[in-house]
Design a binder for this molecule. Structure first.
Ligand SMILES: *Cc1c(COP(=O)(O)O)cnc(C)c1O
Length: 441
């Protein structure tokens, strides 16, 4: 046992591991005068609904990620909806997506007349299990929706080779992974198109906004046609949409608010430097905990060229069996008592929600999930075992925004101390409650 973590647990009356005030350690996004000036200028000009600044942001964002086109949207939900339409997802089509994710990775497909088939996740990455994709592909499968969950880059080599074999599209949901790299290259650039949230809680945080990126001109033009009426003009030449210019095909308006795009231009200039700080801090935290029983880093192997980007909603992996069966709920309580933050709860598997099982949203006379399908697409409890039990095997860790070794060591010591004293918590462990996941996060 290391000397820094000896002694009584704080939850049992001992001293806390963390004693230093965090200051701005967790504060995000970082807003300086440059950001304020950019937003105020839009306000003073009254140009909130224009697109001139958004178009500049799009050019800069496309260049940063390394693709030809970016389309500013009102939300991540809108960007992914546009990406689905861009790929031609329509009536009777199916997309394949992991069940452990925020609802906006998938639910928009219903309004296109399509449906979703969920795949399980890999318990070591929390991303789609590449071995659980191929057998779900049918002649209706139009796209795989790939989520780089908590910024962990999905296995794009495997996924792209499956997609290529069947001639289906790959849409990347980069809402957690702005700046994450897979084998050295930014995620969002492997599939045919990517969409992502840029809302305030995400790593790239500029308000309520999203962006779609692609190098496929037709996908881009279809997305413009879908929900950007005033940009759906003579520049839009793709055969599938060129005859209907002037009115949005989706009946949606998904334009980005320029308060967001002005802020986005400033944030983008600093983003790489800031995520380098985050990566340094988060890797330092995990390096300090290497080999501690029961807890394990959720990060790609060192030397793989893969990174976690801005470490969105950073999590750790938990093995209760290595800690005498201690529940993650009790573990997290004890860690919190040490003065750091450790939360339980992860996106509850979407396939278990009634919307995906019984709800008839649009009046088809049958569940929307099966509205245009000749077979029952629903997936009962027990069908995706990893997604259904991952809430017991994960917890959140402090999301450091600056690499400050001394205070990060205090936080790491909190986790180490509880793991090393886990046996003292077993006697009064009530166990995990029935369900600790949440659909609304
Ligand atoms: C946040 C999020 C979205 C949706 O983005 P909004 O900007 O909130 O509409 C989509 N997918 C994932 C995985 C997300 O976390």
């Amino acid at each position: 046992m290391s000397s820094s973590t000896s002694g009584t647990l704080a939850i049992q009356g001992g001293p806390k591991s963390v004693t230093t005030d965090p200051g701005d350690l967790f504060h995000w996004p970082i807003i300086n005068k440059e950001d304020e000036d950019a937003v105020l200028e839009v306000l003073r000009h009254g140009s909130m609904s224009d697109t001139t600044i958004t178009k500049q942001f799009e050019v800069e964002f496309a260049e940063w990620i390394g693709l030809d086109y970016a389309l500013g949207c009102s939300s991540g939900t809108a960007s992914l909806h546009s990406a689905m339409f861009g790929c031609g997802v329509g009536v009777g089509d199916e997309i394949i997506c992991q069940s452990t994710t925020f609802w906006a990775s998938a639910l928009q497909c219903f309004s296109l007349g399509a449906s979703v088939v969920f795949a399980d996740i890999d318990p070591d990455t929390l991303c789609i299990d590449p071995d659980d994709i191929e057998h779900r592909i049918t002649d209706k499968t139009k796209a795989i929706m790939v989520v780089h969950y908590t910024g962990y880059p999905s296995d794009m080599d495997r996924i792209m080779s499956i997609a290529d074999k069947y001639g289906i599209k790959v849409i990347e949901d980069v809402s957690h992974g702005q700046g994450s790299r897979y084998k050295g290259r930014k995620v969002g650039t492997f599939g045919h198109v990517a969409g992502m949230s840029l809302m305030s809680g995400k790593s790239f945080a500029i308000g309520e906004a999203g962006i779609m990126v692609t190098s496929d001109r037709e996908i881009y033009e279809r997305a413009v046609a879908f929900a950007h009426y005033e940009r759906y003009n003579q520049d839009i030449k793709s055969d599938s949409v060129k005859d209907f210019r002037g009115l949005p095909l989706g009946g949606y308006k998904y334009r980005m608010n320029q308060l967001c795009s002005a802020l986005g231009r400033v944030q983008l200039k600093h983003y790489e430097d800031r995520i380098v700080q985050i990566q340094g801090a988060m890797n330092r935290f995990w390096d300090l905990l290497e080999g501690v029983p029961g807890i394990r880093a959720l990060r790609p192997p060192k030397g793989s060229g893969s990174t976690m980007g801005g470490w969105y909603a950073a999590k750790g992996l938990y093995d209760p069996d290595a800690l005498g069966g201690l529940s993650v709920t009790r573990f997290a309580e004890a860690v919190n008592a040490e003065g750091t933050t450790c939360g339980v709860g992860i996106n509850k598997p979407l396939h278990l929600h009634p919307l995906l099982n019984t709800c008839d949203v649009y009046g088809h006379g049958k569940p929307t999930r099966n509205a245009h399908s000749t077979r029952d697409l629903r997936q009962p409890e027990g069908s995706l075992p990893v997604a259904e039990s991952i809430d017991r095997h994960t917890y959140t860790i402090p999301w450091f925004k600056h690499d400050r070794p001394e205070i990060i060591t205090e936080h790491a010591n909190a986790f180490r101390k509880v793991a090393e004293h886990a046996d003292e918590l077993l006697a009064d462990d009530p166990g995990d409650p029935g369900n600790i996941g949440r659909w609304s996060v």
